[in-house]
Design a binder for this molecule. Structure first.
Ligand SMILES: [Zn+2]
Length: 1067
């Protein structure tokens, strides 16, 4: 019986009321926030501050900094400019009235990042600033009324660098100052803090569960009951405890400990802490090194405080920096790795781009990564972890498998802005048929805040629930580092409490590893669950500008890869020839590690701030300098010299594993009358034959009408008008290659303003703005019998121009002949995209593009939104459009962006984004590309010629008479097989840097792949002087997997389509 009238609660009013209890603003002094702190002390008497500000934006070590003079400072002072560092001596004296309080913290906030150090120089914990992660728990020993000292290293940047305003991708403001607002000792009411989280999650239940669910109504009732109890008790300590008891009705009684997870119910969402530290992005590497210490020290602290908590850390490079720069913190991490709570993951050197690195680079990301993880922590990784990279190339599953990883985690495809990727958990199949089990977090982020909604979305956005409904929830602050906060871990406990106590919310669990998660899926697959498959690349429908932005950086990447190829080949042979020659493993490792570092998923894609490219330029310069030195030393051991003086002593070095015959310009002669030679030879030393003007194959040029030039050799006859090729006839088959009315080598420019991410994106509508660049005068540049060329200057704008040389060399016997273009570009544009077009008379609905260890076929039409989404794609050294019987390949040197639309092939040359680097790509560029028409199908002619095009032969002076060693290891048989790498074994006794006790004696590693997509047979031949005893098939990590029979220096091999095979020759 009701004592009087009772009204129905208006749901929206009682729900909105909940916000009052924990919100800032007009009720803050009356609500739970007012009860959060029981006391506060600051000022000279309790928190005495002095500072040392190193000059010139230096980042001194603890020792260097603390040995300097400190001068007094106080709250309210500002520190800067951007990127500067300030070391604070913080002398803490806890006042007597706070000494008896339950829990004391130092709160420090200058809206920038910081790291707390002990007086002795141990890094303790990172600080984020701006109200986030500002607290450090004072040790009990500080409550003795005496003065205690710590240091705080302040970095004048926020988590996302130093952007001028709210738009974090704008170029950094170099002159930002940061005010120290808070440096207080604070007594925290821990029950109030816990109630805050209780109430947050109960409020989420009221707001986010369906309005017609009893679970939502219940949450609303309990939330209001808590507010009522707090008001009735005037916010006293006792009333807060009462409020928490009420909260238990919704959350259960276990949320204050990890016991909340120890129930007999089945979890479905597996939460794992992670902190995505971009190795460089809106800050330089030097800052990343400190971000690692700040982030991982916090995580160690959280692992101590929360027994259920697990954290994954990727990128071997970051561990290596930690080990070098913060050895005690590294030891702390290592102890936690041993305990199993801090979990190394990923197996790669950095979280790298996967579109542009070469096949061998991808291999080395894994080789260097896995070797680091195994040598430092005892185990290799089994999961390739790449949450943020911009698309995933088609051979990754095969390479993962060969590097000991059967699992792959990402989520980036959730950013697709055209099609929604249809799977969450699936088998990803590479070109050769290899598979890895892939999981894309349905929460669609790797920086989840561990909100109620993240847990909910882990089921509501799960796309593979017909096979398995479980998922990973990767939570923690990220991109700029940080990682999970204690609030996030507390929230997850309450989410689980709600699931077990009320239901409806997916049941989350913490305490498992990513490996546990995948192991369960693999078990399911073994027991018959058929996961959906996805064949080929995981094309990312966004960030397509990253194939082109920061051209110089991309060029350095390809040149480094080529140089490393040559260095390893020559050093291997030198070490076989001469036992006193020491294989330069350390230098080679340094070259590789630097190259791999620059392949980080913001660096190589071109999406960093300008400072990062100053850094990468420096690293690449080091790579080239070391490479030249190593090359010189190895060549000298092999009997050659790089100093070419007199022509008659010259030989040419062919480091590619096939026969080459090319007309090459000899050095020394003036450029007015260049002297040419025919270089002809297999891998190793090639002969140089000087060419007389009476050679039987020649090139010729004539102006057939005013401004129209005809260039020809035995293969082609082409007409150039206005800098474009209006006709290109293949004389061998009498066929016109240029589409009717089309102009090849036509430079075109596009307006390039993507929706937001400038350096990252080129958006589909840029195609509407195509503008043809009108060419200026064309002149004959060269008119010799061996090579002819014309040069055309094209004005882009008042500030920018292109000078393009189109040249044709005399054709050589049966070698493919191509038309070469070399451009010099002065580029000063603003948000424009420069491309060059090749309309060809070829019909096909698919074009082919070189990718790592294979060929990617993509549509040339826009039938479906999936086809259209690929309006700009990545290629390596060539792209090809072929029909039955004939095709055209476009070769490039150091470019990666391409598009084929119908019969229009378009190579992307330069972009001009203004964020985050305001000067990206401004200045002078040298660009080379070529048209290689071919009768018959796409085949090894394209693969080889494109390699040759990127890989000019070196001229050497020869001192020795025998060059046989240079061609002592060769591959014969199918031309589809490519011997892509020759190096020494990582663990060879005379090579190893001692990471492992194991030894492989002396060995040579060969990497071979099938390049065209079909089964292929070949034979490895090794000359007697190399002294091979046995041959092993091995994986990328150089573990033997089976012996290959070798007879009289010959071993037969067979590879399936697009297979990558590694062989170890035991000497
Ligand atoms: Zn990232």
């Amino acid at each position: 019986m009701s004592a009087g009238p009772v009204g129905k609660q208006i749901q929206s009013i009682y729900r909105d009321r909940l916000g009052q209890f924990t919100g800032g603003g007009q009720y803050e002094s009356q609500n739970l926030l007012a009860a959060m702190y029981e006391g506060r002390a600051s000022g000279e008497e309790h928190v005495k501050l002095s500072v040392y500000s190193p000059p010139d934006l230096a980042r001194p070590t603890f020792k260097e900094a603390t040995s300097q003079g400190f001068k007094s400072t106080r709250i309210g002072e500002s520190f800067g400019p951007s990127w500067s560092t300030h070391w604070f001596k913080v002398q803490i004296t806890v006042p007597s009235d706070l000494q008896k309080k339950d829990h004391l913290e130092l709160h420090w906030d200058a809206s920038n990042e910081g790291l707390i150090w002990t007086e002795e120089g141990e890094p303790l914990q990172g600080l984020t600033g701006g109200g986030e992660r500002v607290e450090w728990i004072l040790p009990k020993s500080f409550r003795d009324g005496k003065e205690h000292m710590i240091y705080i290293e302040m970095a004048c940047n926020r988590m996302f660098g130093n952007s001028p305003g709210g738009d974090s991708i704008q170029p950094p403001d170099p002159n930002k100052y940061f005010q120290l607002q808070t440096a207080d000792i604070v007594a925290v009411n821990l029950e109030a803090r816990a109630l805050f989280v209780d109430f947050w999650l109960i409020g989420d239940g009221a707001r986010e569960f369906p309005g017609d669910s009893w679970e939502s109504h219940e949450a609303q009732q309990i939330g209001n009951a808590i507010v009522d109890a707090f008001i009735a008790g005037h916010g006293s300590k006792e009333s807060i405890i009462e409020c928490r008891k009420i909260a238990q009705k919704y959350l259960g009684d276990k949320v204050d400990s990890s016991k909340v997870y120890e129930t007999d119910t089945q979890p479905i969402v597996f939460a794992i802490g992670n902190c995505h530290i971009d190795t460089c992005w809106l800050w330089p590497w030097a800052e990343t090194k400190r971000k690692i210490a700040r982030s991982w020290s916090i995580q160690c602290d959280l692992l101590d405080r929360y027994p259920e908590y697990r954290f994954v850390g990727s990128q071997a490079q970051q561990y290596k920096w930690l080990e070098q720069l913060y050895p005690s913190l590294y030891d702390r991490v290592k102890a936690k790795v041993k305990k199993g709570t801090f979990q190394p993951i990923g197996g790669s050197w950095v979280e790298h781009d996967t579109n542009m690195p070469s096949g061998e680079s991808l291999v080395r990301q894994f080789l260097y990564g896995q070797r680091f993880f195994e040598s430092h922590f005892g185990d290799r990784c089994t999961t390739f972890w790449l949450p943020d990279t911009f698309g995933y190339s088609s051979q990754l599953p095969q390479l993962c498998r060969l590097a000991g990883m059967s699992r792959f985690f990402t989520q980036k495809l959730s950013w697709n802005n055209i099609n929604s990727f249809p799977h969450t958990t699936f088998n990803w199949v590479s070109l050769d048929g290899s598979q890895v089990l892939c999981h894309m977090s349905p929460a669609e982020t790797y920086t989840a805040e561990a909100h109620f909604g993240d847990v909910k979305r882990s089921v509501s956005q799960h796309k593979s629930m017909d096979q398995d409904a479980t998922s990973l929830l990767a939570f923690g602050k990220g991109d700029g580092g940080g990682g999970p906060t204690f609030q996030q871990i507390e929230k997850l406990r309450r989410c689980r409490g709600i699931s077990d106590n009320v239901g409806l919310l997916p049941r989350v669990k913490m305490g498992d590893s990513v490996e546990d998660f995948f192991a369960r899926l693999e078990k399911k697959a073994e027991n018959g669950t058929k996961f959906v498959t996805w064949y080929g690349e995981l094309y990312f429908e966004l960030h397509r500008g990253t194939y082109t932005t920061q051209a110089n950086n991309k060029r350095n990447n390809r040149k480094s890869e080529i140089m490393l190829h040559d260095v390893e080949y020559l050093a291997t042979l030198a070490s076989i020839k001469d036992s006193s020659y020491k294989y330069p493993k350390k230098d080679i490792d340094d070259m590789w590690e630097n190259t791999l570092l620059c392949q980080f998923h913001d660096c190589l894609p071109g999406t960093c701030i300008e400072m990062c490219y100053d850094d990468s330029d420096e690293l690449y310069a080091k790579v080239f300098e070391t490479g030249e030195k190593l090359m010189k030393e190895a060549l000298s051991t092999l009997g050659f010299s790089r100093e070419v003086s007199a022509q008659q002593d010259i030989v040419a070095l062919n480091t590619l594993p096939w026969h080459r015959a090319e007309i090459v310009q000899l050095p020394g002669a003036s450029s007015k009358t260049p002297e040419y030679a025919l270089i002809d030879g297999n891998m190793g030393i090639a002969n140089i034959m000087t060419l007389s003007s009476s050679a039987k194959s020649t090139a010729s040029i004539k102006e057939i009408e005013k401004g129209v030039f005809q260039l020809s050799n035995n293969h082609y006859k082409l007409e150039v008008e206005g800098g474009t090729i209006t006709s290109l006839v293949d004389l061998t088959v009498n066929r016109e290659i240029i589409a009717k009315g089309g102009k090849a080598n036509q430079l075109v420019i596009f307006d390039d303003k993507p929706l937001y991410w400038q350096a990252w994106d080129v958006e589909v509508y840029h195609l509407e703005s195509r503008e043809v660049l009108p060419a200026g005068r064309t002149e004959i540049l060269e008119q010799g019998p061996h090579r002819v060329s014309v040069i055309t200057e094209t004005k882009i704008s008042e500030r920018s121009w292109v000078k393009t040389t189109i040249s044709l060399a005399a054709s050589v016997e049966d070698q493919p002949s191509y038309v070469e273009m070399a451009s010099e570009v002065e580029w000063r544009e603003n948000m424009k995209f420069l491309k060059v077009e090749f309309p060809v008379d070829i019909v096909n609905t698919e074009a082919s593009y070189e990718t790592q260890y294979g060929i990617m076929r993509r549509p040339t039409h826009y039938n479906t939104s999936w086809d259209m989404a690929k309006f700009e794609v990545c290629c390596h050294k060539w792209a090809d459009l072929s029909e039955n019987g004939y095709g055209v390949s476009i070769l490039n040197d150091s470019k990666y962006g391409f598009a084929t639309c119908g019969n229009m092939m378009r190579l992307s040359l330069l972009r001009a984004p203004k964020a985050p680097d305001a000067h990206a790509d401004m200045g002078r560029h040298h660009i080379r590309y070529a048209i290689l028409p071919h009768a018959g199908p796409l085949d090894s002619r394209t693969v080889r010629t494109a390699s040759n095009f990127n890989h000019p032969m070196r001229l050497l002076a020869s001192a020795s008479s025998s060059h046989s060693l240079l061609s002592s290891i060769t591959l014969h048989g199918s031309p589809a097989l490519v011997l892509d790498c020759i190096k020494r074994g990582e663990d060879d006794a005379d090579v190893s840097r001692g990471e492992f006790a194991r030894s492989t004696g002396r060995s040579v590693i060969l990497r071979v792949y099938e390049s065209l997509g079909g089964r292929a047979r070949g034979e490895i031949r090794v000359a007697e002087e190399v002294g091979v005893r046995r041959v092993w098939r091995c994986n990328l990590l150089e573990d033997d997997e089976g012996e290959v029979e070798m007879r009289r220096g010959r071993a037969e091999i067979e590879l399936r389509a697009f297979e990558v095979a590694t062989f170890r020759l035991q000497l």
